[in-house]
Design a protein around this ligand. Sequence first.
Ligand code: ZN
Length: 676
Amino acid sequence: MDGSPLLHSHPVRTAFIPAEPRFGEGAECARQKGGFSPSGSATFACGVALVPAIRHRHAVSLERALRRKRGHNDLIPGGSRCTLAEDRAALKQRIKEANDIVDVVGKHVALRQKGATFKGLCPFHDDHNPSFDVDPRRQTYRCWSCGKYGDVFTFVQEINRVGFVEAMEELARNAGISLENQTFAKHGPNRARMLEVTRWAAEQFHQCLLDATFAEPARLYLGERRLIGDIVRRFGLGFAPPQGDWLVRKATESGQPLDLMEQLGLISKNNDGNGFYGRFRDRVMFPIRDIRGQTVGFGGRILPSSLSSAKVAKYINSAENFLFSKSDQLYGLDQARNEALKAKELAVVEGYTDVLMAHQMGVTNVVATMGTALNDRHVRKLKHVVSKVVLVFDADEGGNKGVDRALEVFVRNNLELRVAKLPSGLDPCDLLVEQGVDPFREAIDGAIDVFEHKLAQVFEQAQGGVEAQERAVQQMLAVLALTPELRSVKMELMVNRIAHRLYLKEETLWNKLRQLQSSRQQSAPEASRSGELAAEQPGPQEPVGKAPPVEVELLQLLLAEPALVARVSGEITPNMIEHSSVRMILEGLYRLLAEGLTPELDELRGRIDNETLLARAMVAKQRGLDLADRPACLERVLERFRERARTRQTKELQNQLQSAKNDHAAARELLRQLRH
Ligand SMILES: [Zn+2]
C-alpha cells in the first residue's frame, strides 16, 4: 500500500548534453512556475457551441417538425437562440444522415451482412467470434459481448478517442459538409477563420524567433533555459518583438482582419481610438494547441532582459474566446497524446518550460495546465486519452490546496489520479537539467494515489486527540460528499479505507456522509441553476442498483420526444427522482429547455461526459421510439408518479403517528391528515 514518492535527492548529477546546438549560451534553467498571469474572470460561455451553426434549408429535422407542430414561431430568420439551436440540431442531423454507419464502421471493422444487420469483430474488446452488430435501419451498433452501443458519433468518439465535437467535425469533413466556411452571422466570426488568423500569427512569431536579428535576446533566453532548436521548432515557439506596431504592420500587409485579431487578444486599440498595437511585446511566445495540434491561443512570457519586465505581468495569454479558454487548455497535449496513449498515463506539470524540457529529454507524455489547478474540464479531455494521470508537485507543495483540489477531481471523476513529489526545492525543469531524466521518471513511477496521499495527511492530524480526529474525518467526508453517487463501489472502498485508517466504524462514517450529502442536495438546486449544466457535475460512476421502472419509462418518453419535456417540467422536479442517473439526465434536459435549446439527447452529449450514462440514455431513447402514442403513455406515467407521492406521504404520516403515540393532540391531527 505504501508507495511514498522518492524524496531523497539523487546522487548522480548527469551532465546535460544538448543533442543539437542550443540557442545562445546557457546558465541554469530558471524557475518558471507561478508566473502565469491571472486572467480576468471572463468565462468560456460557448463550451458546447464549438461548431458553427449554419442555416440550411434542406435538412429539416424531426425536431423542427415537432416544434412547428407545437406552434413555435422561433423559425423566423435571424431570430432567437432557438434558431441557432435548431440549426445546430439540423446540422447534426445532416451530418448523421450523410455518414452511413455501415460505411463508417466498415473502415475499421470487416463487416458481413447477415439478414437485416451487419456483423464483425468488435474493435473495442479482444473479440474472436463476431459479436459486433451494425444496424443500418437504426443507424446504431452494439457489441453483444462487451456491451458497447451507440451511433455514428459515439463510434468515431470511441474509436478515435476524441470528444463529441471532434467526432462531429471529422464526420462533417468525411461527408464534405463544410463547417468552416459558414458564417455565424450575429454570433461572431466562425471558428475556421479564427483558427486561420491564429495560425498566421503563430507563423509570424515563429519566423521572427528563428530569423530576425532583433530576436537575438529571445534566442539567448531560450538557450539559457537549455532548450534546443528541435524542441523550439516542434512546439513552434516564437518571439513578439518590442515594437508595438510590428504585428499590426504585418497584418495590414497580408490583409489579416484587424478586428478579428483584436477579438483574439493579439492586438488592442490605441488609447486615442486610432489604430492598433500588439498586445504581446518583447515576449517569448508559446503557442497553445488543441489535441489535434491546431494553435488556439498563445501564452507570452516577458523577456527578463526587457526594459519593461519589472512593470508588466510576467505571463499573459490570448483573450478568452470561442477558441481559447485558459482553464480548458493543456499545454503540450498534442505532442503528448501518442506517448500517453501508449503509456496509458499522462503527467501534469505546471510550467511551459517544464513540459518542453521533459519532451526534450525524451519523457513525452507530459503536459501542463495553464496556471490553473487540474479541473473537471481537463479531465473530460484527458479521459479520451488515458485512464491514469499523475500530478507532479514540487516537494514544498505537498500539504497544500493542490492536493485538495486534486482529491475533489478524483472523487467526482472516474479516473486514476496520483500525486508525484519531486526532490525538495526543484521544479521539473531544474530537476531534469541538473539530474537528468531518471529522478523525474522515478518520481512519476513512485506517485501515490491522491486519496491515499490525503488520508496520510489527515491521519497525521488526527493524532492530536478526539477533536483533531473529528476535524480530520469531517475534512475527508466533505470531499467524499461531492460525489453524486453515494453507494458506489468506489465510495465503499474509500469509506472502508478511512474507517480502517482512523479506527472508526464504517456505519458511523456512512451516517455522517448521508447527513452531509442531504444538506448538500438541499442547497444544490440553487447552485446548479447558475452553473453550466451537468457539465461541472460529471456523471455518476456505474449506477448502483436499478432505477424504478416508472422513472425509466419517463426518461424513455422524454428522450424519444423532446416536445414532452416542457409538459413534464411543470409537474416533476428533479428531487422527485430517486435514481441519480435519471435525475442527472432530467436536470440536463430541463436546463436545455431553460436555455432555449432543444431538450434532446444529442444536445446533452456535448455536456455530459459519461459514456456509460450516455450509452444507456441512447438505449432508453430507442425504447421510447418504439412506444406508440407517447403523450398518452406520459399521462399514465405521470399518474404513477402522483400515486407514488401519495403512498410516500401516507407512509411518512404513519411513521410520525407511530412516534407521536404519546401525544394525543398531535396524533389526532395526523390521523385527520391521513384520512384526507
Ligand atoms: Zn465488444
